[in-house]
Design a protein around this ligand. Sequence first.
Ligand SMILES: [Zn+2]
Length: 232
Amino acid sequence: MREHKNIVILTGAGISAESGIDTFRSAGGLWEKHRVEDVATPEGFARDPELVLRFYDMRREAIQTKQPNPAHHALARLDADWAGELLIVTQNVDDLHERAGAKRVLHMHGEHLNAWCTSCDVRSPWTAPLIDRPPCPVCAARTLRPDVVWFGEMPYGMDRIYAALRTCDLFVSIGTSGAVYPAAGFVQNAVELGADTLELNLERSQGSGMFHQTRLGPASELVPAWVEEMLA
Ligand SMILES: [Zn+2]
């Protein structure tokens, strides 16, 4: 591949799986034994808010016991040392990129460690449970919900993502199946705009055919090796 200056990196479940974080698997339609319609849609929340709040309380508590792995650390190093533009777009709602030290991170599906107040529309850092309906730190309304993008809701930061894709000359996808839009369209977008594209994944994905190059293996091995190449 030629020299690159501006990079967009998309990360997905595969990078957090090696830190022991289970994520929604579309194949079975289940997340920790719950139906996706029940815990990851606005309708499910309206139907049974206690179930949904309890579910995310458990997830929020669980991720705080997990640690970033070598793939997160390698990306944080790239972020720190890369002189050009760089944006890590993550589909993950954990904070492992940040805890590894990465700064240029965009959470397109929200974050477990934020609570979103539907009264004042402010998102506040949040590590405690929501089940007891604590007051919003800004407006005191008891209308906090998980700041996680559910099915049927608009992902965050799409304008910023597409702007970064327009100017990038390298798009890298790490640990994501390439099956869920709009993220699945990013590689297509990047190719059309003339960027080189690289996929790092455990196994071939539905989107593999779209990439100029695919490397297969665990993220904790592939990502540090790739970052070494980039910074060499
Ligand atoms: Zn509020």
